[in-house]
Write a protein that binds this ligand. Structure first.
Ligand code: ARG
Length: 246
């Protein structure tokens, strides 16, 4: 069939067009993943992802619209257009990448262990948790969940919907360990001091990326260039220093 001029100039609509038309960047995240996203006492959303999202909205000249979404429904929320982008500390995994596209990684993390102080000295590496008597906690539907079930198949793995509740199991002596992304564990260690031991050698490699709907090269191009710019001009580093415990 002959190509018409119209078909040559036709372009698939980009999410960028909707963002500009609505004057709003709608960002899905799940508060509770410190220090990326959390609520302050006043109920406002704060954190590294939130500051990055505000910076992005500003660069687009639109307002930032937070869409706090339960973790287990966050990809469906994107796919059903409840938001324009996921900025939620999501690990880029092949399984997720079949459903969504990811911009280039904006930070790399790994899993670490928050250990009950009673096991200090007995357990110094995550593999040593792989015993039937050990109760290991993580969060539902996360890479912690996947890796705990795969690598600690002899231990009792229990999944929680909130990070805070999961960590409490260890603090209150109902579990031996909590497995999760290192930055959150470092945050809770700083909060609870000697009630937790942090085995802070990450044992997985996890690039985190912003996720968008598939088939939208214009939006991906915007995101990767935005990321390159803020990494080069110092604004990314400024936010990183603000939120992360080294
Ligand atoms: N990086 C982990 C994952 O992708 C945990 C991310 C959790 N994010 C959140 N906002 N609760 O599975």
């Amino acid at each position: 069939a002959a190509l018409s001029l119209a078909s040559l100039s036709a372009q698939a609509a980009s999410t960028l067009d909707n963002i500009l038309a609505n004057n709003s960047l709608r960002v899905c995240f799940e508060a509770g993943y410190m220090p990326f996203e959390m609520k302050n006492k006043a109920g406002d959303d704060i954190g590294f992802d939130i500051d990055l999202a505000k910076m992005m909205a500003k660069a687009m000249g639109v307002k930032f619209t937070p869409v706090n979404t339960a973790w287990d429904g966050i990809i469906p929320a994107l796919l059903t257009d409840k938001c324009d982008i996921l900025m939620s500390g999501m690990t880029i995994t092949p399984e997720r990448n079949l459903q969504v596209n990811f911009a280039d990684p904006y930070v790399v993390v790994g899993q670490s262990v928050l250990l009950a102080p009673a096991l200090q000295g007995q357990v110094s590496r995550f593999q040593e948790l792989n015993q039937p008597e050990h109760i290991v906690i993580t969060k539902l539907g996360t890479t912690g969940d996947i890796v705990a079930k795969r690598m600690l198949d002899k231990a009792q793995i229990r999944v929680f919907e909130s990070e805070a509740d999961g960590v409490m199991e260890v603090i209150n002596g109902r579990a031996q360990a909590f497995i999760y992304d290192l930055p959150l564990n470092a945050f809770y260690k700083a909060l609870h001091g000697d009630k937790l031991v942090h085995l802070d050698q990450p044992f997985t490699y996890e690039p985190l990326g912003w996720a968008v709907r598939k088939g939208d090269p214009d939006f991906l191009n915007f995101l990767n260039n935005f990321l390159r710019q803020i990494k080069g001009d110092g604004s990314y580093d400024r936010l990183y220093q603000k939120w992360f415990i080294e």
